[in-house]
Design a protein around this ligand. Sequence first.
Ligand code: RB5
Length: 159
Amino acid sequence: MRVALGSDHGGFRLKEKIKEFLAEKGIEHKDFGTFGLEAVDYPDYARAVAEAVARGDFDRGILCCGTGIGVCIAANKVPGIRAALCHDTFSARASREHNDANILTLGERVIGPGLALDIVEIWLRAEFLGGRHARRLDKIKALEFFYYKGQHWNWGEGS
Ligand code: RB5
């Protein structure tokens, strides 16, 4: 599994902890920044990670900001992305099993690193259950198609 990681300054410390965790577990990952505590704009990092996941360069993405809300809103604007803000393990598992979430978002100012890493571990392990949930995801895809005016997104090179 390949994981794309990103944060703004508000989620930088948590993103670094998650990076260490992925390295310890031998999970392939790439850090899309930010790389320090200087104030930056979270949509820039959410976009980079979301596009990398939507293109299929990475299987999953994890985004952190102060609350986890800003990066979640921004990532969900990218077609093909199902970003879920999860601050408990039940939601983390359900976001995979029911919603096939391909990006997890977390708020560094909301939960501690111990719980955050438990959430990450459960979220990475859990699988989509399909069945009735797949029909619902098809309806989400239909919404995306409608609101993006039927454009077909080309995530190939140069797009
Ligand atoms: C940055 O101060 C903060 O607004 C950001 O990290 C995030 O919480 C936004 O949703």
